[in-house]
Design a protein around this ligand. Structure first.
Ligand code: NAD
Length: 274
C-alpha cells in the first residue's frame, strides 16, 4: 500500500509517484507500463514533456480502474492566460485519453509575463466545473503565492518545487504548511547528484539499502509527496521499495543538514521559457 496525503480539499494523493520528465515520447509508454506493473499509481507528466500520449497509452493498456490512478499534468508557460489555459487543458486531456485530471499545475510562474493570475482564474473555472480534482502550482515563490491568494478563491492544493537534500526549501515548506498547501518535491534525487554524497552512501551501508532508497525515505518521512524518475526497470522497482524501513530521526536530521541551497534546475524568479 502506498501512503497517501490528504490535500486541502480532501482529495487523497499517493505520496510516491512516477515522474516522466525527459522520458522520450516513444519510450514513455513502456516506462509508465513498467511503473504501473511495479505498483505506482500516480504519474507526473506535463504538456512540455511531449509524452502525455505515451502516459495515456500505458494507462489505457493497464486495465487499472481510472479511480485507482492519480494523474498530474502541467500547463506550459506559453499557454498562460485565461482562454489559452482552457484550450491547453483540453489538448492535454485529449492526449492523455482521459476525461478528467487528478491534479493540474501551472508549470512555472514566469512573473515577467504577468499572466499567472489570469491563468489561475481559468484553473478555478476548470476545477469548479469538475474537470480537475485538485489544482495547484509549480515553482511558485512566496510572492507569487501571495498574488494567487489575493486574486483567487481556491487555495492551491499543491506547490511542486525542486526539493532534495541539497535544497531543502525550509522557508517555503513552512509557508506551505501555514497556508494548507502540500509540498511536492521534483528532482527528489537531485537528478542523481545527491546519490554520491558521503553521508547518503554511509547511511545506505547502515540500512543495507541503496542511496536512492535512503533519499526517498527521507522525503517520505518529511511528509512531502515525491516523484522520482527512471526508465530502467530495476531502478523503477528500487525506487518503489521504500515502505518497509525507516530512518532514525537523528539520521533524517543529519540529511536535513546537507542543505546548501543548490539548485539543479532553473530559477523560478527569472525563468521565462517560451
Ligand atoms: P530525479 O531526482 O528523479 O532524478 C532522476 C535521475 O536520477 C534519473 O534520470 C537517473 O539518472 C537517476 N536515478 C533515478 N533512480 C535512480 C536509482 N535508483 N539509482 C541511481 N540513479 C537513479 O530527477 P527528475 O527527473 O528531474 O525529477 C523527477 C520528476 O519531477 C520528473 O520526472 C518530473 O516529473 C518532475 N519535475 C518537475 C519539474 C517542474 O518544473 N515542475 C522539473 C523537473 C522535474
Amino acid at each position: 500500500m502506498i501512503p497517501t496525503v490528504t490535500l486541502n480539499n480532501g482529495v487523497q494523493m499517493p505520496q510516491l509517484g512516477f515522474g516522466v520528465f525527459k522520458v522520450a515520447p516513444d519510450e514513455c509508454a513502456a516506462a509508465v507500463s513498467e511503473a504501473l506493473k511495479v505498483g505506482y499509481r500516480s504519474i507526473d507528466t506535463a504538456a512540455i514533456y511531449k509524452n502525455e500520449e505515451g502516459v495515456g497509452k500505458a494507462i489505457a493498456e493497464s486495465g487499472i480502474a481510472r479511480d485507482e490512478l492519480f494523474v498530474t499534468s502541467k500547463l506550459w508557460n506559453g499557454e498562460q492566460g485565461y482562454d489559452s489555459t482552457l484550450r491547453a487543458f483540453e489538448v492535454s486531456l485529449q492526449k492523455l485519453g482521459l476525461d478528467y485530471l487528478d491534479l493540474y499545475l501551472i508549470h512555472w510562474p514566469t512573473p515577467d509575463r504577468g499572466l499567472y493570475p489570469d491563468t489561475w482564474r481559468a484553473f478555478e473555472t476548470l476545477y469548479k466545473d469538475g474537470r480537475i480534482r485538485a489544482i495547484g502550482l509549480s515553482n511558485f515563490q512566496p510572492n507569487h503565492i501571495s498574488r494567487i491568494l489575493e486574486v483567487g478563491s481556491v487555495v492551491p492544493a499543491v506547490n511542486q518545487i525542486e526539493l532534495h537534500p541539497y535544497l531543502t526549501q525550509t522557508q517555503l515548506r513552512k509557508l506551505h504548511h501555514e497556508l494548507g498547501i502540500h509540498t511536492e518535491a521534483w528532482s527528489p534525487l537531485g537528478q542523481g547528484l545527491i546519490l554520491e554524497d558521503p553521508l547518503i552512501l554511509s547511511l545506505a551501508d547502515k540500512y543495507e539499502r541503496t542511496p536512492a532508497q535512503v533519499v526517498l525515505r527521507w522525503h517520505l518521512q518529511a511528509g512531502t509527496v515525491t516523484i522520482p524518475k527512471s526508465v530502467t526497470p530495476a531502478r523503477i522497482r528500487e525506487n518503489f521499495e521504500v515502505f518497509d524501513f525507516e530512518l532514525d530521526s537523528a539520521d533524517a536530521i543529519a540529511i536535513d543538514g546537507l542543505d546548501r541551497a543548490h539548485r539543479t534546475g532553473l530559477d523560478p524568479d527569472t525563468f521565462h521559457g517560451v
